[in-house]
Design a binder for this molecule. Structure first.
Ligand SMILES: Cc1ncc(COP(=O)(O)O)c(C=O)c1O
Length: 373
């Protein structure tokens, strides 16, 4: 690849709308690798090719955000009159997309508890089953091979239901959905692949059976990701493995320390031995990222605010996967089965800072909380 770019190690940013053809014959033959900016440049292709090799995919398409990737994946499979079986622990904007825009388009969504067997939730017109594992905010681990088996065997008159998975938590380094039988693997590359809180980017990777339709719908909707953003995605990939290893190590240190504190009811993090999802996580995943949940014992709201507001090393903000530590209150919405939490729930992203500094910060925060409890 370097030879094509005068020896530059990385594929440079190509900014292009028009791509020129040498003559009329070339237009007629239509065999040029690049034809128009929206349909790809060497930068977007380099990103997609790198992702395809990590995902073991037949095709990857890049888009401008994780939510766009979720919408694209669903629209690649579902049509008006179809039923979509959605996991109850999905990222909340996924739920909003289903309940609002997809409903308007005639795609009906129902929700299943993340750890249920899906057979009882399938309907004659179920076209797709959507998974997100571990789940947003509550971190339940799903039995993906069992879900794939039931979905593919489903008799809907259309060759079975497709399985779509939001795999943002594990990234393709720690879980490869397609290798576990999933049909479309979805990633908010905004998080760990970008890794520096400075890019919005998403992608969908497809197996052989879903590749052509994914490519077609991506084109029909005019979706693409910019060369600048794919360049940042590629740059993030170079350090993803070492960053993730450090995020995991720090998150484990924080989670174990918090677990032993009297103010904490429980930690939601599958790598912990006692976590309800630990056995499945251990069977299917090769690692964990730095994102986990924290259920406090019942405590007044102003005491939680005193804990969170005074933290020095944790920003208060949505998103995750960047180099920096974050904390946010978790507003959990479930409609299939309530999530029982004894006290307020917080979500922590363990960044790349020193774990000792982070723990000292949390310790002072818990002392502030205790003063107001
Ligand atoms: C699990 C999950 N999927 C998808 C997204 C959406 O990604 P984006 O913000 O790039 O649209 C997020 C964002 O927080 C997320 O947490």
């Amino acid at each position: 690849m370097s030879e094509a770019h005068f020896g530059a190690v990385n594929t440079p940013v190509y900014r292009a709308s028009t791509i020129l053809y040498p003559d009329m014959a070339a237009i007629k033959a239509n065999t040029q690798p690049y034809t128009y900016g929206r349909r790809g440049t060497p930068t977007t292709r380099s990103f997609e090719d790198a992702i395809s090799s990590l995902e073991g995919a037949a095709k990857t398409v890049s888009v401008t955000s994780g939510v766009q990737a979720i919408g694209l994946a669903i629209l690649s499979v579902c049509s008006a009159g179809d039923h979509l079986l959605m996991v109850d622990s999905c990222y909340e904007p996924t739920r909003i997309l289903c309940d609002r825009t997809l409903r308007r388009l005639g795609i009906e969504t129902s929700y299943y508890p993340p750890t249920d067997e899906i057979a009882g939730h399938l309907r004659p017109n179920t076209r797709a089953v959507f998974c997100e594992s571990p789940g947003s905010l509550t971190f339940e681990v799903q039995d993906i091979p069992a879900i794939v088996k039931a979905a593919h065997a489903h008799n809907n008159g259309k060759g079975g239901a497709s399985v779509l998975m939001d795999n943002t938590w594990a990234t393709p380094l720690y879980f490869q959905p397609l290798k576990h039988g999933v049909d479309l693997s979805i990633q908010a590359a905004t998080k760990y692949i970008g890794g520096h809180a400075d890019v919005m980017l998403g992608y969908v990777s497809a197996n052989e059976r879903h590749a052509a339709r994914l490519h077609q719908v991506h084109g029909d909707l005019g979706l693409y990701a910019s060369g600048d953003d794919c360049f940042l995605g590629l740059r993030g990939l170079r350090t993803l493995a070492i960053r993730l290893a450090r995020h995991q190590q720090t998150a484990l240190a924080l989670a174990r320390w918090l677990q032993a504190r009297p103010e904490i009811d429980r930690i939601l993090y599958p790598p912990l031995e006692g976590d309800p999802g630990h056995v499945l996580w251990n069977r299917d995943f090769s690692g964990a990222c730095g994102l986990f949940g924290l259920v406090l014992k019942p405590v007044p709201e102003d005491a939680v605010a005193a804990f969170v507001d005074g933290l020095q090393h944790f920003g208060i903000g949505y998103s995750w996967g960047g180099f920096e530590s974050l904390i946010v209150p978790a507003h959990i919405k479930r409609t299939a089965k309530p999530f029982a939490a004894e006290g307020p729930v917080l979500r922590i992203h363990a960044g790349l800072e020193d774990a000792g500094d982070l723990i000292a910060d949390l310790e002072q925060g818990l002392a502030r909380m205790k003063d107001l409890s």
